[in-house]
Design a binder for this molecule. Sequence first.
Ligand code: RP5
Ligand code: MG
Ligand code: MG
Length: 277
Amino acid sequence: DPSNLVWYQVGENEKTITRPVVSDSMVPWSVDYRDYKPIKYTSPIVLKSPFWADPLQPNSDTRWNSVDKQIDRRSHLGLYAIAQGLPRNPVGRTGIEGRGLLGKWGPNHAADPIVTRWKLNPKGMVEINAKSKKPILQFVAVERKDTKEWAVPGGMCDPGEKISQTLKREFMEEALDSQNMNEKEREKYYNKLSDLFKNGTEIYRGYVDDPRNTDNAWMETIAVNFHDDNNLFGNLKLSAGDDAGKVCWMDIHSGLRLYASHSKFIHQVALLHNADW
Ligand code: RP5
Ligand code: MG
Ligand code: MG
């Protein structure tokens, strides 16, 4: 995947780092690769030890593969190995050692809310694709500020936070710009969202093919679909916030090219609803 060869960094010290190519056959750790020369990289943002990041060298009492002082260090893929004191990416070689832009050594957990509705034509009827004869589904998409790619408005789980909270909080921040609401507005939107988010269908749980992944730090997520069949969302105004630059209802079809593994999640959602793809 060519988008995986480039290392993005936003904010201060913006620069691009080229990820050494690891051919698919050399990815598994079980394959002997004596000439493997990953570059070492930890972003200057992470080196400054922000509150969301682990220490530069993990403490000797870090509890890998467990919940460690509220931080979930378990992987959805099962137990991961510790090599030379550092977690090893369970999927294999990535070309980069260190944490790159990720805060946590090992799994970095996120949640992805996929909010969908049927596309309506100007007459208010569900729009049907002429070729497939299937109805067209739309989802709330954001344009990420970092890579400028369209994506699901997901984000990282805070320590101790329940997934259901992360899903709501990230949707509020990125698709409704809750950080720029007053208390009253925030409550109104939160209550509406809570209604819609009561019934979700889990779409995916596992590793994400994220451009930030390294040999020692990687993204994992739980993606959940919330389908707005009762037009709860009808008059909720979308507004991009936090790490999202734009937001919109996007038509779902097989031509979508989204951030990381998000096209795969959206395809699953289309199958779930027997929608056009
Ligand atoms: C992706 O990164 C996940 O699927 C999730 O959408 C996202 C979380 O990272 P941030 O949006 O907080 O950067 O791997
Ligand atoms: Mg976010
Ligand atoms: Mg995000």
